[in-house]
Design a protein around this ligand. Structure first.
Ligand SMILES: CC(C)(COP(=O)(O)OP(=O)(O)OC[C@H]1O[C@@H](n2cnc3c(N)ncnc32)[C@H](O)[C@@H]1OP(=O)(O)O)[C@@H](O)C(=O)NCCC(=O)NCCS
Length: 151
């Protein structure tokens, strides 16, 4: 909902970006929510927003631009529920691959996505040189996890 844009932008700034160059401003989040190719589910505990996701849907792939759960609400399954809900929506839409970028130093976030079936698919070319680029991870929704071992 557009009225969630302020809270989503604040959480994105504090929990995801955490740096001086704040890209997901309220204006950008609001514009994204209005786009027809973007979905932004929100998880609430009571009346308070506990977490959210924001995904951009393409022809056969989707990009998870943002995902965050408030620190006090973590490790309760909210992040998993948001990702799985988005993935089910992608499958219904005929989308088979979800991509996400994770900063290389965020090992706990990489572990979270690995746990949900995401794997690194290539390092950012620019980041390879500088060692600062994001880790590109992807989940093939059409390929069952058991196939990991033979790929
Ligand atoms: C990543 C994040 C969304 C996880 O949310 P969460 O609600 O705590 O995750 P869940 O409770 O649903 O955990 C799902 C699974 O991942 C695992 N997991 C969660 N956090 C983990 C961590 N820090 N280290 C290792 N595994 C972790 C859980 O053990 C759980 O596994 P299980 O279902 O087999 O028990 C949350 O930590 C967060 O908001 N981080 C900061 C924002 C961010 O960096 N977002 C990602 C980039 S956009």
């Amino acid at each position: 909902m557009p009225r969630d844009a302020t809270k989503i932008a604040t959480m994105a700034r504090d929990l995801v970006e955490r740096g001086p160059d704040w890209e997901w401003t309220e204006q950008r989040v609001r514009a994204a929510i209005h786009r027809k190719d973007t979905i932004a589910p929100v998880a609430c505990v009571g009346n308070a927003m506990a977490g959210f996701g924001l995904i951009r849907v393409g022809f056969d792939q989707a990009h998870l631009d943002l995902l965050a759960v408030r620190p006090g609400r973590r490790k309760m399954g909210i992040g998993r529920t948001l990702v799985e809900w988005l993935e089910q929506s992608m499958l219904v839409a005929g989308v088979g691959i979800v991509r996400v970028e994770v900063q290389p130093e965020r090992h706990e976030v990489q572990a979270f996505f690995r746990n949900l079936g995401y794997r690194q698919w290539h390092a950012d070319p620019a980041g390879t040189k500088t060692g600062t680029g994001p880790l590109h991870m992807a989940h093939d929704l059409w390929c069952p996890p058991v196939m990991d071992e033979v790929r």
